[in-house]
Every structure is written in C-alpha cells, then in structure tokens.
Design a binder for this molecule. Structure first.
Ligand code: GDP
Ligand code: IMO
Ligand code: MG
Length: 423
C-alpha cells in the first residue's frame, strides 16, 4: 500500500500545505477529509504564493486527482471564488472531485457562527466565522444539506425552505438578528449548484479502487491535533476530527487504508483564537517568532499567538495519530535566537504532568518545565542535508526526536517547495 496521511501536530498552521504540495509531486491522489474553509494552506511554488482553503493542496500538479471528501463541509461560494482565483493563475480543475455526501455550508451557518460568538462575549472561541461549527452541528442534528441535495433542484428548494424557517427562528428569537431571505438564497445557491455539479460523485468508491490499484494517495490534514473535537483543548477547538482517525470517516476509507502517518509541527508553537497555551511567550522572543515567522493567519489575517515548542503536545500528537514520523517546519525562524527552549513536561501543584491534561482547567494550572539549548546565528536556508545544518540546529532536532518519541523525517528551512531537508 502506498498511502500517507498528513496531520497537524499542534494548533494548525504548521505548514501542512507546503509538505502536501511536496508529496503531491509523486501522488496520484490528494484527499481532504475534514474541516472546511476555516483552513488556510499556503503553497509557495516558483515564487508564486497560493492560499488554499477548500481546494486540496495537490491542485498545482495537473495529473493529480484532488478529492474533497465526505467529511469536509463545503462552502459553495468560497470554493467557487477560490477556483476562479486559481484559474487566473493557470490552475486547472479537470481532476477535482467533490463527494456527494459532503455537507454544505449555508449563509445561515455563517450568520449563526457570527451571532453565537458575539453572544458568548469574553468566552468566545475565536472561530474563523466560516460557519464551520453550525454546519457540523446540523450534520449531527441530521438537518444538514449535502452536496447531493444542493445539486438536485427540487430537493434543494424543499429542504432549504424547511431548514431556513427553523434557522430564521433561531436567528431572530435567540440572537435578535435579521432573518435571511429564502428566494435570494435559493437563486444564489442554485447557480452555484449548476457550476459545481460536474465535480460531484461518490469519491469513496474511486478511492477504494485507487487503493486496490496501489496508487499513491496523500490524505491532507486540515487544522491540528489540539483543535480536535475530542482530543483537543475543548471547547477551544474546531468541530471536526483533524486527527488521523478523522481521515477514515471523512474520506470513507477503513483504518487499514492508511499506511504511514506524518505529523507536521513547527519548530515552535502557534495558535490563533482563544484558549490555553502553556508555552505562550509575551516577550521579545514571542515578537521574534511573530515577525520573523510572519505569523499572521492565512484565513483571517489575525496575528498568531507564539511560544516555545511543547513536547507534551508532540507526544499527544504521536500517540493519538499513530505518527510514524514528524516534519519540523520553520527551523529557519529560530535563527538568531541565542537560547532555545522546549517544554519537556509541566508541573501542577508541585506534581509532574507528562501527559497533556484532558481538562483545560487543569491545563491552565500547569507551568511548563523547559530544557534549554544553544541557538545558532548562521543562515540555514540553503542547507541541502542534515549535516549542512549548524551543530546547534542538529542538536535541537535530535532533542525534538528524543522528547517527542518520534523520528524527524523532514525539516523545513523556508516557505518554498525546495526549502525542505529530507533525512
Ligand atoms: P498550514 O495551514 O498548516 O498549511 O500552514 P499555513 O499555510 O497556514 O502557515 C504556515 C506558513 O509558514 C505559511 O506562510 C508557509 O508558507 C510558511 N512556511 C511553511 N514552512 C516553512 C518553513 O520551513 N520556513 C518558513 N520560513 N516558512 C514556512
Ligand atoms: P489550518 O488547516 C489554525 C481555529 C480557530 C478557532 C478554532 C475554531 O490552516 O491549519 P472554527 O472556525 O473552526 O470553528 O474555529 O479553530 N482554527 C484554526 N487555527 N489553523 C486552522 O486551519 C484552523 N481552523 C480552525 O482559529 O480557534
Ligand atoms: Mg493555515
């Protein structure tokens, strides 16, 4: 079997897009299985920067089939805008497939996301306001609209009427908002359906045949382990399962279909949105990571919160994703820092905490304990092999392997495709 799953090992934005693009060069299929347009994956190729939200990051290779699986929540407006933008850059979509079972993000989902965040006040999650939570909630509540509904005109007209009546009651009576208009949504979304219909099919069947034919398949993770609905920092998480287990449900494949699992992490930690972050830095080092690492959200433009690398988080990622190796991106961002730190464990009430706590109240009481390393000042962005890196950088990567309990197979030293050391 020739399949690999790529998962974010932290709070998202680990540089998944870059690694997927690299692996996509030799892939027959790239498959997105979870999340929606909350994702923002950057691919830098030949000096051009592509920001992908719903379109899989294998799209730049014309021979690669790119699948949006059943577990993704598809915003038809966003996906079409994204395609129009990419088409102007010469990208083709004749190998793009969207699963018929994928749920559709509707205007009322985005409205409710916005209103619900506002109503939560200081307890807001800091969502991307892309309607993700409300769409997955409808899926679980069994009142969601799927791509198959969207592209079947009479079904869409009838289901939309029923659901919109309910949603307008919630928008007005619960949140004091303005009701949405049925006719204008119907017209707008029917036009999107006409454009999207040709991409829709049962992608699970196609994937099953591809796996049997030993095709090279890359499963593209979105978000990250700590944003997982079960294993993340609940409630400050997203509403899907961005861990490796989520690929099975979200792409319609069995667990035995995934041979390898590569976790992607940065050489430090970032997070956007609210919630606990033990190794967060509010000092000059934090500013260095923000500015040198250009840590501004791909989807919302928000500055990302920055901190030291946290091995407690990496061990959680290794465990629940069954990682077979790690890619550590953005090692170049650490260049110039005199001393580097990695949290090895936490201490709470005088006791050692080695495993990531289940409860954020417990996590908030944890103080990280660090191991300190020498930094380096040499430019590392032209290194071609591990041995080309300064000794201090080599020691840092070896420490990551030791503390995470997982082999580091790739090291990112710049945003471009070729700025990646394979070990
Ligand atoms: P994703 O959501 O995991 O795909 O990551 P994002 O695209 O949101 O954020 C990662 C950012 O880091 C992007 O701007 C990438 O171009 C950039 N990037 C990825 N790998 C590296 C690296 O090794 N070094 C540097 N300097 N930038 C990188
Ligand atoms: P990629 O794929 C970083 C975060 C949001 C918020 C929380 C819930 O680019 O790594 P949501 O809109 O999903 O309901 O927001 O999850 N979040 C991300 N943070 N990278 C992402 O995706 C994210 N997708 C969601 O900031 O804290
Ligand atoms: Mg991102």
């Amino acid at each position: 079997m020739n399949t690999i799953a790529l998962v974010g090992a932290q709070w998202g934005d680990e540089g998944k897009g870059k690694i997927i693009d690299i692996l996509a060069e030799t892939a027959d299929y790239v498959v997105r299985a979870t999340g929606g347009s909350n994702a923002g994956h950057t691919v830098v190729s030949d000096g051009k920067t592509y920001k992908l939200h719903l379109i899989p990051s294998g799209i730049l290779y014309p021979d690669t089939v790119n699948i949006i699986g059943n577990g993704v929540v598809v915003d038809p407006k966003v996906v079409l805008e994204e395609m129009d933008g990419l088409a102007k850059l010469g990208v083709k979509f004749d190998k793009l497939l969207i699963d018929l079972r994928a749920h559709v993000v509707m205007p009322y989902h985005k409205e409710i996301d916005e209103l619900s965040e506002k109503a939560k006040g200081k307890d807001a999650i800091g969502t991307t306001k892309r309607g993700i939570g409300p769409c997955y909630a409808d899926k679980s509540d069994r009142i969601g609209l799927r791509m198959i509904d969207l592209i079947t005109p009479d079904v869409f007209a009838s289901k939309l009427k029923t659901v919109l009546e309910l949603k307008n009651k919630i928008i007005t009576a619960v949140y004091g908002g303005t009701p949405l208009d049925y006719k204008s949504i119907l017209d707008e979304y029917s036009a999107y359906a006409e454009r999207l219909e040709k991409f829709c099919c049962d992608t699970g069947v196609i994937l099953y045949d591809a796996i049997k034919a030993n095709k090279r398949i890359v499963f593209e993770g979105a978000q990250g382990t700590l944003l997982d609905l079960d294993s993340g920092t609940y409630p400050f998480v997203t509403s899907s399962h961005p861990i490796s287990g989520g690929f099975c449900a979200g792409a319609g494949v069995g667990p035995t279909a995934i041979k390898e699992c590569l976790g992607i992490a940065k050489s430090y930690t970032t997070r956007v949105g609210a919630g606990p972050f033990p190794t967060e830095l509010d000092d000059e080092v934090g500013k260095h990571l923000l500015n040198v690492g250009h840590e501004f959200g791909t989807t919302t433009g928000r500055p990302r919160r920055c901190g030291w690398l946290d091995a407690v988080i990496l061990r959680l990622a290794v465990r629940i994703n069954g990682l077979t190796s790690l890619a550590i991106n953005k090692l170049d961002t650490l260049t110039g820092l005199k001393k580097l730190k990695i949290a090895t464990h936490y201490v709470r009430d005088g006791k050692v905490v080695s495993d990531f706590p289940a409860d954020i109240m417990l996590l908030e009481g944890c103080t990280p304990v660090y191991e300190e390393f020498d930094g380096w000042s040499e430019d590392i962005t032209n290194a071609k092999a591990f041995d080309d890196l300064p000794k201090a950088a080599q020691r840092y990567i070896e420490a990551v392997e030791r503390l995470a309990g997982c082999r580091v197979a790739m090291i990112g030293i710049g945003p471009d495709r070729d700025k990646n050391i394979v070990r």
